[in-house]
Each structure stands twice: as structure tokens, then as C-alpha cells.
Design a protein around this ligand. Structure first.
Ligand code: ZN
Length: 414
């Protein structure tokens, strides 16, 4: 039997015992994830956060494997061990379509990392697709349907994509570890000890409830303290403005972009293929930004240097009362459409039975065999239920702090 043991700083040892999983890890598409940072812009703020999508995907696989092995060993009636491989493959591949600075890139070029993930899995041209087809001709479609949430078995879908799934459990622990944040930690061993398959998905036995509570509080804190950090969002804004300038310049400066940033050309032309997408990673983009820093277009050069040298925009929090005065303030900034922006970051830490969000609530299996929604048992979770947390910020150049008119207006924001 195959047994490869990978050392992981978060989970200790990750065991690969299935030939298909091992081959998937060794594909070009999966190895590409080593070259994409898990947290993208957050590494500009938390300098330890250099970890990759590769390590996160292995971590999600490990959690899914731990759970499916546990379900199999205990012979739960609502778990079919034949689902183990599809669950583990979906866990491993769930982010294989992520690209460099995915969310910013998607907003400007209309790509969709979830759709690309499915394309990589289903394609006859990818190494991933070829390996999955070794299991059975329809196996790639089964794995893809877990990721698009329409796999028929609700237990499998819940493990990969729900309010407490293998993906979230790994990224919270991993991002906390690499950023150095202490509040992202929770007792995953205890959660995995009390997880149980039910007729309609998964639940947690009562003794694991406080660990689940702690997971939700950790999630809330990681969003507020790490993911929504104002300086890391300043990098998101800087990247967006830089790529927007490049895209706007492209039609009149085609030869320049073909020379300095050839792999972005199909995206500027809105005619990219999967193989174009797979050429891009953080390193390729970083080299392009360096080249643009020497551009004869002063705006492109300045925006590129701002990203490369981490010269960040300043920001102020917007409120309902200040949104009205925003356009007048905006007008004071030179080339404002390339040097200022509004950035919104909101998150719903947990939702119960809300038909609008269609989220499946977390359920606790009590000693009498009944399933009860978590927030009805936990006052702590009740405080986080159904409420969005976050803010909307207006970003502007630091030099504006020297502008008297601008600063007079700024007083109304604070
Ligand atoms: Zn993920």
C-alpha cells in the first residue's frame, strides 16, 4: 500500500495512502498552487503570511480524510465509505482554479475561480482530468458536482462546503498560524471527535458544542482582525487600480504590453483560455509589476511602484452620513479614478435558518437524539447570528493629508 507522509506545521503529519490522491498532488495544475499565496494581499501586513494555496489544499484534504476515515471506522449508518475518495478528491482540488490575487483579478477580468476549478477537473486536456478519469469516466463530474454543491449526497457536500467545513477549518487555523494571530485558534481535534453524519448532512454531538462555538468566534475574529485589516485592503485597492490602468492603456499600447506582460494580453483582450489562465501566478505578476514600474506612462509607473514598494493609500471609514460628501472629496484628488477608491468588506459569521442566504445551519445532536440548531443552545453564537460585520472605507493618496481643503472635508468623516 502507498504511504507518503507530508510534514505540515498546522496538522503535524498528512498521510497520503491513495494512489489517485498522490498522482493529483503531482500534477502541473496542483503544483502551480505552490506559486500562489493563500492570503495574497494580507502578506503585505502580516509578513509571516507567505503560505501557499498548495499547503491549504493539502490541509483541507487532511481534514476531509480524517473525518471520512473516522466515519468509516465507526460504521455510521448515514455514511457510505464508497464516498471517501470523491470527498477527499473534492477537498484536495476545491481551490485548484485559484489564481494570483484571485478576487481582485476576477472583478476586473470577469474570470471565476470556481468555474475554473470545475473546468480543470472536467477537462480532457489537464493532468488532473486525466487522473480522475482513471477512477471511472464519470468520476470527474462527480468531483466537480461536490464543488458546485449539487452532489446528491448531502453529507459529502456539507464536509466540503457549509458553515463548518474542512475548507474553513483549515484556512482559519493555517492563516492564524502564519499571520501569528492568536485568536484564530480553536480545538479542531475536539470538533473532529464529535462530528457525526446525519440523514441530511452533518452535526456535532453535544460534548463538542463549545469547540464549535469557539470555531465561530475564531472565524469572526479572523475576519475582523486579519482579513479585513485596513492596510491589507489598501493593497487590494492598489492592485485593482494598477490592473485597471493597464487594461485602459492596452488598446493604444498593445506592443508595450505584449513585450512587458505577454500572459496578461489574452485577459486584456477578453479572450483568455484555461491554458492562458494557468500561465499566471504570483511570481509572473510580480515580474510584470516590476516592468510596469519603469513605464513611460507616469500613472502606470506610479501605481506599479506603489504595489512593488508597498506605498499604500490611506483610508477613512465611511458611514451613511458621509457617503453624500464623498464625491466632492473625491473631486479634490488628482487623477482620482486611479488614485482613490471605496472598498467594502463585510462578513456574516453565522446564519441560522435564513431562506435568503440559503445557508445550512449548524446542528447539535443532543443526548436524547434530537437535532437542535446551534444558536438556540449557545448565547455566544446567538450574538453572532444573522448579523453582518465589517465596514466600508474610502482610500486616498497619503499626500492628500497635506491638502487643506481635503483635510477640512476629512473632518466630516471622523
Ligand atoms: Zn479553500
Amino acid at each position: 500500500m502507498l504511504e507518503k507522509v507530508l510534514r505540515d506545521p498546522v496538522h503535524g503529519y498528512i498521510r497520503v495512502e491513495n494512489e489517485i490522491i498522490y498522482q493529483l498532488i503531482n500534477t502541473a495544475e496542483f503544483q502551480r498552487l505552490r506559486r500562489i499565496k493563500q492570503l495574497g494581499t494580507s502578506s503585505f501586513v502580516f509578513h509571516g503570511a507567505e503560505h501557499s494555496r498548495f499547503s491549504h489544499c493539502l490541509g483541507v484534504y487532511h481534514i476531509a480524510k480524517t473525518i471520512t476515515d473516522y466515519f468509516t471506522e465507526h460504521g455510521f449508518i448515514f455514511w457510505n465509505p464508497e464516498e471517501n475518495l470523491v470527498t477527499q478528491c473534492a477537498a484536495l482540488l476545491h481551490d485548484v482554479g485559484h489564481g494570483a490575487y484571485s478576487h481582485t483579478f476576477e472583478g476586473l477580468f470577469g474570470t471565476d475561480h470556481e468555474a475554473i476549478t470545475r473546468e480543470i477537473i472536467l477537462s480532457e486536456l489537464t493532468e488532473v482530468g486525466r487522473i480522475l478519469r482513471q477512477v471511472s469516466p464519470d468520476f470527474p463530474a462527480q468531483v466537480a458536482s461536490v464543488i458546485s454543491h449539487d452532489y446528491p449526497n448531502p453529507q459529502v457536500t456539507a464536509l466540503i462546503s457549509s458553515q463548518i467545513d474542512a475548507d474553513r477549518m483549515d484556512y482559519l487555523l493555517r492563516d492564524a498560524y502564519f499571520t501569528g494571530a492568536v485568536y484564530g485558534n480553536f480545538d479542531i481535534m475536539r470538533i473532529l471527535q464529535f462530528i457525526t453524519p446525519t440523514e441530511h448532512g452533518i452535526a456535532f454531538r453535544e460534548n463538542g458544542m463549545h469547540a464549535v462555538e469557539d470555531y465561530l468566534v475564531s472565524r469572526y475574529q479572523m475576519y475582523q482582525q486579519v482579513y479585513f485589516h485596513p492596510a491589507s485592503r489598501a493593497v487590494v485597492v492598489a492592485l485593482k487600480l494598477l490592473l485597471k490602468r493597464a487594461k485602459d492603456l492596452f488598446p493604444e499600447n498593445r506592443a508595450y504590453f505584449e513585450a512587458t506582460s505577454p500572459h496578461l494580453v489574452p485577459f486584456f483582450e477578453n479572450a483568455s483560455t484555461l491554458s492562458d489562465y494557468l500561465q499566471l501566478d504570483d511570481g509572473v505578476m510580480a515580474a510584470y509589476f516590476q516592468a510596469w514600474g519603469a513605464s513611460s506612462d507616469a500613472i502606470l509607473a506610479e501605481l506599479a511602484q506603489n504595489v512593488v514598494n508597498r506605498h499604500l493609500l490611506k483610508s477613512v471609514k465611511l458611514a451613511d452620513t458621509t457617503t453624500d460628501i464623498l464625491s466632492a472629496t473625491h473631486a479634490l484628488i488628482p487623477n482620482a479614478s486611479y488614485f482613490s477608491d471605496v472598498q467594502n468588506s463585510f462578513d456574516l459569521p453565522y446564519d441560522d435558518y435564513n431562506p435568503e442566504t440559503e445557508r445550512t445551519p449548524i446542528e447539535i445532536l443532543t443526548a436524547d437524539g434530537k437535532l437542535t440548531e446551534l444558536s438556540t443552545l449557545s448565547p455566544l453564537v446567538r450574538a453572532l447570528t444573522g448579523e453582518k460585520f465589517g465596514d466600508s472605507r474610502f482610500y486616498f493618496p497619503k499626500e492628500m493629508l497635506q491638502n487643506t481643503d481635503f483635510m477640512t472635508r476629512m473632518r466630516d468623516f471622523t
